[in-house]
Design a protein around this ligand. Structure first.
Ligand SMILES: Nc1nc2c(ncn2[C@@H]2O[C@H](COP(=O)(O)OP(=O)(O)O)[C@@H](O)[C@H]2O)c(=O)[nH]1
Ligand SMILES: [Mg+2]
Length: 375
């Protein structure tokens, strides 16, 4: 195994801690809820000061990342090429649509949506709403039906999963934990996310919280090299994930990092002890920074289609998921699953993975997505 100390960027968590920085002013959020009025007023002042200084930073960051993605819609468009091919039949159907053919065309449209993994509930919902509008005389041509279809999908996505920007709170470092089953793309997505954040000048610390697989830390170390990020890795075989994450977040706090990105080991949602470990990881992080992790992003493999729904439910029940990263959509014709997870769970998709390269993690934008699958 590669010696953890061989890279200058590695920060093995058992090494001596750096000099303690000067004591920070008390933050209101750390104080007990009920205090004397004078103390409460002072606490509130501190809280407001912290909020106004750092909310700005993370809110701007969230917006900036999303804005940049809008200028890069080509990437998203090519990432969804297989789903688009699957749905090309929609254009053919609507080109020759006439009122007498409505039932047949809508049946075939429903079939096309099902094949792309929109899921039965949503496919029926969409087709029923189109049928109502056609029968009411509101939609009179194939192109009007297609526009209505796009509007319908967009609405499904924006009604329930509108907070697609990262919500990083107001206290530095913000902590993002990435969870999911083995091989879904956690480590890769974390690396790509580090790249995106570094490009915006954010000070990023990676935490190699996958202590289950021997090669996992090394994989994240490669991403640290690639993105020029610092990394905390476990030293010794007995190190447990919660303590690696806890040490990373401590270091993040002491050394003024903006964001700590925590990798975790892959686990089947049916594996009880591993799920328990995730809960411990979350608690360990919260012990260092109350309220952290700010985001728990569940990585879902787009090629598994609707199977991801059950996974998502179970992870959400155990750790509480704040957003999804849907990966491998470049290799899948089942992009409709984006809509089904949002609709079923009411949790936003925050990023989509559209390739293995460093730039292949796109902030999710509902409108760009709809245009990518229904051009
Ligand atoms: N095509 C494609 N491959 C991906 C994507 N994300 C991850 N992968 C690949 O999926 C495999 C598993 O990824 P990894 O990050 O190790 O998964 P983990 O076990 O969840 O950490 C690797 O070969 C990645 O390169 C993606 O968006 N598109
Ligand atoms: Mg991994």
């Amino acid at each position: 195994m590669a010696a953890a100390s061989s890279s200058s960027r590695l920060v093995p968590f058992l090494s001596p801690p750096p000099p303690t920085p000067p004591a920070k002013p008390p933050s209101g959020a750390f104080l007990p809820l009920r205090r004397t009025t004078a103390a409460a007023a002072a606490a509130a002042r501190f809280r407001c000061a912290a909020a106004s200084g750092q909310t700005g930073f993370f809110t701007r960051l969230g917006r900036l990342i999303k804005e940049k993605a809008k200028s890069d819609v080509e990437k998203l468009f090519s990432g969804f090429s297989k789903t688009r091919e699957n749905l090309a039949v929609v254009d053919e159907l609507l080109l020759y649509w006439n009122l007498a053919d409505t039932d047949r065309v809508l049946d075939e449209l429903e079939e096309a949506l099902l094949v792309s993994d929109f899921g039965p509930k949503i496919s029926i919902k969409i087709v029923d709403s189109l049928r109502d509008d056609i029968l009411a005389g509101k939609l009179k041509s194939g192109s009007e039906i297609k526009d209505a279809l796009k509007r319908c999908v967009l609405e499904l996505l924006t009604n329930k999963g509108s907070k697609t920007e990262l919500q990083l709170g107001f206290r530095k470092p913000a902590v993002i934990m990435v969870v999911g089953v083995n091989g879904g793309g956690k480590t890769t997505s974390l690396g790509k996310l580090a790249h995106r954040l570094k490009k915006e000048g954010v000070k990023v610390l990676l935490a190699a919280g996958d202590t289950f697989r021997a090669a996992a830390s090394e994989q994240l170390e490669i991403w640290a090299e690639r993105t020029g990020s610092e990394i905390v890795v476990a030293e010794g075989e007995k190190a447990k994930a919660p303590s690696v994450l806890s040490q990373a977040v401590k270091r993040g706090k002491e050394q003024g990092y903006d964001v700590v990105l925590c990798d975790t080991s892959g686990r089947l949602h049916t594996n009880y002890s591993l799920m328990e470990e995730l809960v411990s990881c979350k608690k360990a992080v919260a012990k260092v920074i109350p309220g952290a992790p700010n985001e728990i992003l569940l990585v879902l493999d787009g090629t598994t289609g609707l199977n991801m729904l059950q996974q998502a439910r179970e992870f959400n029940d155990v750790v509480g998921v704040t957003g999804f990263i849907l990966t491998k959509l470049d290799g899948s014709a089942r992009g409709g699953c984006v809509v089904s997870v949002v609709d079923e769970l009411g949790i936003p998709v925050k990023f989509v993975g559209v390739g293995e390269g460093v730039d292949d993690l796109q902030p999710f934008d509902a409108e760009a997505f709809v245009n990518a699958i229904f051009p």
